[in-house]
Unconditional design. Structure first.
Lengths: 204, 204
């Protein structure tokens, strides 16, 4: 694709470096911005730079934050004894949007995956163990992907916490609401059969 | 969607104002940028602002340009007697990428569309007529979308140029009706340039 302007081309190339954005989409976005008020382009540029330079990671849970402590950890109304362990920040956002969880989080920053060269040292596992060892946390809920990597990570952390009294649980695996039974994979279906619940407990 | 950081939320909101980008996609893009080097966010922001503030429209053909005259108009190797009339800059880029056209362009900036309140005065039609009246242009090739608006625009401009000797043609309808020019494959677009027809033959 030959572009008539080097400045345009530069903007297109920069946008096309983002995941899922090809050159044609990038061009459409830049041409859209050119049609808008200058303030919109300025606001977008500033917001991107500010998000990159000024956001931090919470020094307790490693969630993204505007300060040294994230708004979730800073909220003393939340249950400090309940800790939800997730892979990344998107999982925190997903769980927060359910409005069903009132505890704190711990973002691992990934899952143990020897094939990708990710070992426990590259994740925030040591800080998690330290948090639990302080004794305040009563329950650790693992909300990680049901994959080999997820299971490995759970297993590894559980081993590290054997000497504590902290209860370790994982979110339920089963058939999704609205999911068709016949399209569910055998593993999920088998799990949901094994972990069946009394109807009165399920209906609550 | 509740985000844990106001800075993050701001960046997501700004990105989500772009066409075809929803909040979830915007979040994915911002989180990607946060994982990258700071220089990438800076480069992206700078490229966007520069593209918006420093690009101009060529004062002859209204193509996007880094200076007062675009690189196509400035290129004296190109056939100055051949003028391709297009709706917008994306069409110029699409035709240029076929490498089948060696003339100059004239970007109308839209098509006549009374329903959308776009009349001839809002388009670069007067300047086109003046360019042709200078006498150098021998042929005007319309490469506009095959829609009612496109046909209306061709008809209107043709009427305005009846007193000149300029030949008026249109690209062949190798492109499906209802298809957008910018999404056509290069081969079809190149063929339709080669097989252009005189307007009176086409309108029959």
């Amino acid at each position: 694709m030959q572009l008539p302007s080097a400045l345009l081309e530069n903007a297109v190339n920069e946008l096309a470096r983002l995941p899922g954005i090809g050159k044609k989409t990038a061009l459409r976005l830049v041409l859209h911005l050119l049609r808008q008020d200058e303030s919109q382009a300025q606001a977008l540029a500033q917001a991107i730079v500010k998000a990159k330079t000024e956001t931090q990671f919470c020094n307790q849970c490693f969630n993204i934050s505007d300060g040294a402590e994230c708004s979730i950890c800073a909220n003393k109304q939340r249950n400090q004894q309940l800790l939800c362990v997730v892979e990344n920040i998107r999982d925190v956002i997903a769980i927060e949007s359910t409005q069903q969880f009132n505890g704190l989080y711990h973002v691992l920053g990934g899952l143990i995956s020897p094939l990708d060269g990710i070992g426990p040292d590259q994740l925030h596992i040591e800080t998690l163990v330290q948090r639990v060892e302080k004794g305040e946390v009563q329950e650790l809920i693992f909300a990680v992907s049901p994959t080999i990597q997820g299971d490995t990570t759970i297993y590894f952390i559980q081993k590290q916490l054997q000497h504590t009294t902290c209860k370790i649980t994982t979110i339920a695996r089963g058939i999704a609401f609205g999911g068709e039974l016949e399209y569910a994979d055998e593993f999920t279906l088998a799990r949901s059969l094994t972990n069946r619940l009394p109807v009165n407990q399920y209906i609550q």
